[in-house]
Design a protein around this ligand. Structure first.
Ligand code: UTP
Length: 293
């Protein structure tokens, strides 16, 4: 088990404008809960006890969301709305939250570097605050990754998922090497947002990582890459070139990655999660459409 996680939530979310003009994309709802609540609940279920959020301007609602709201609780209790009170149960989770700001949005790699003085020389999880793993966010992949990290004495373990070759340009993509115990494999190479022609395969990095402290000197050495940003993928490549062991593990069944970073995948996630809450919705909408035609 790895008890410390860094959750970067400082990105500008420009692909989701205007929805993200004055609210964090990580706070957009997917059915009943904001994206980042699924991420935090997943981390708690995987043994994480402390989370450092890397935040930015306009992100204070994330801090408020995980704080106790005594006034709201009192109002619900006095109004006899016990059922709604249950919706705030997550506030009681045994998790300590920490916050620091990435002052300039210089990329995911730079955001992770902001966690250096928090994690010091211990291994830590990185979970992107805009990606849910599995319907309802009930994945145990981080636990499996922690086991592999220890067993393989790796410098980094990365969760990956197969994507269609024509969509690799949206992801970091890894090259699969020799197989290891437990379905894991050595990563021989990785590239940030390659073209399908230059991609080393179709295994995309899926928003969950475990790092040892050696990632920090690699990040400090990483020059700006794709989009002028400090790319986490490029720093991992520096580790690889330095002979460090980088290991991949595929998401399992029922552990699809829901990326909330663009409208199409956000809508897809919202609809799927909403249908779990209200399974009758699809037939109701279909019936209404039939009546209108
Ligand atoms: P994205 O790569 O989707 O970037 O971030 P973005 O800036 O949020 O979105 P666009 O491209 O402008 O639409 C992936 C994760 O990394 C965080 C984001 O908050 C998100 O959770 N991130 C990204 C940072 O914390 N800092 C950064 O500088 C960039």
């Amino acid at each position: 088990m790895i008890p410390i996680a860094v959750v970067p939530v400082a990105g500008l979310g420009t692909r989701l404008l205007p929805a993200t003009k004055s609210q964090p994309k990580e706070m957009l709802p997917v059915a009943k809960k904001p994206v980042v609540q699924y991420v935090v609940e997943e981390l708690e279920a995987n043994g994480v006890k402390q989370i450092l959020f890397i935040t930015g301007r306009n992100k204070s609602s994330i801090e408020n969301h995980f704080d106790f709201d005594h006034e709201l609780m009192r109002a619900l209790r006095e109004g006899g709305k016990e059922d709604l009170l249950a919706e705030l149960e997550y506030e009681r989770m045994r998790m300590q939250f920490f916050f620091t700001r990435q002052r300039r949005q210089k990329g995911l790699g730079d955001a992770v570097l902001c966690g250096q003085y928090f994690t010091q020389d211990t291994p830590f999880v990185v979970a992107l605050g805009d990606s849910i793993i599995g319907l309802r966010g009930e994945s145990r992949v981080v636990q499996r990754m922690a086991g592999i990290f220890a067993a393989e004495k790796a410098s980094c373990v990365i969760a990956v998922e197969e994507v269609p070759l024509q969509s690799v340009a949206s992801y970091g993509v890894v090259k699969r090497g020799a197989g290891l115990a437990g379905g894991a494999f050595v990563i021989d190479d990785l590239v940030e947002k390659p073209t399908p022609e230059n991609a080393p395969g179709n295994l995309a990095i899926a928003a969950r990582y475990i790092f040892g402290p050696e990632i920090y000197p690699a990040l400090e050495k990483t020059p700006p890459g794709k989009g002028g940003e400090i790319q986490l993928t490029d720093a991992i490549r520096i580790l690889l070139e330095g002979g460090k062991k980088i290991v991949g593990i595929c998401l399992g069944q029922g552990e699809r990655r829901y990326d909330i970073g663009n409208f199409e995948s956000y809508f897809e996630a919202f609809i799927e999660f909403a249908l779990v809450e209200c399974p009758h919705l699809a037939s109701r909408i279909r019936m209404r459409n039939n009546e209108n035609h």
